[in-house]
Design a protein around this ligand. Structure first.
Ligand code: HEC
Length: 105
């Protein structure tokens, strides 16, 4: 899904994330920066104060986990602080992940 997705579409979807996240440099807003997010360890930005719910997940952000988290943040990690309803459409999730990935190349 992500491989076939269009990062340019994802850039538009990313507007919904921008209020809270910076993806092109290591700067935190309401949420942690998203530089190198694909494959990054969960809850690993040093100077960001994560919820216990997110810390408790462990492991790293694989494509599958990002896809699941972004569909329904509340269900994926109950009690986490990302107050974002989620992206219902699979194409939107795939394209925004492709966009984030494209920034890391
Ligand atoms: C209203 C603010 C807000 C919006 C909008 C938002 N986020 Fe978040 N996001 C957060 C917060 C706050 C956290 C930290 C959650 C915690 O610690 O429980 C977070 C965490 C994350 C993480 C985990 C980062 C890590 O270091 O483990 C990812 C990935 C993420 N957001 C992606 C996105 C994407 C992609 C979008 C847009 C589709 C988005 N977020 C929209 C606030 C937001």
């Amino acid at each position: 899904m992500v491989a076939a997705a269009d990062p340019e579409e994802g850039k538009k979807v990313y507007r919904q994330c921008q209020a809270c996240h910076v993806a092109d440099k290591e700067q935190n807003r309401v949420g942690p920066h998203l530089v190198d997010i694909v494959g990054r360890e969960v809850a690993s930005v040093d100077d960001f104060s994560y919820s216990d719910a997110l810390i408790g997940l462990g492991g790293e952000w694989t494509l599958d986990r990002l896809n699941e988290y972004l569909e329904k943040p509340r269900d994926f990690a109950p009690g986490n602080k990302m107050t974002f309803a989620g992206l219902r459409k699979e194409e939107q999730r795939a394209s925004v992940i492709a966009y984030l990935q494209s920034l890391d190349e």
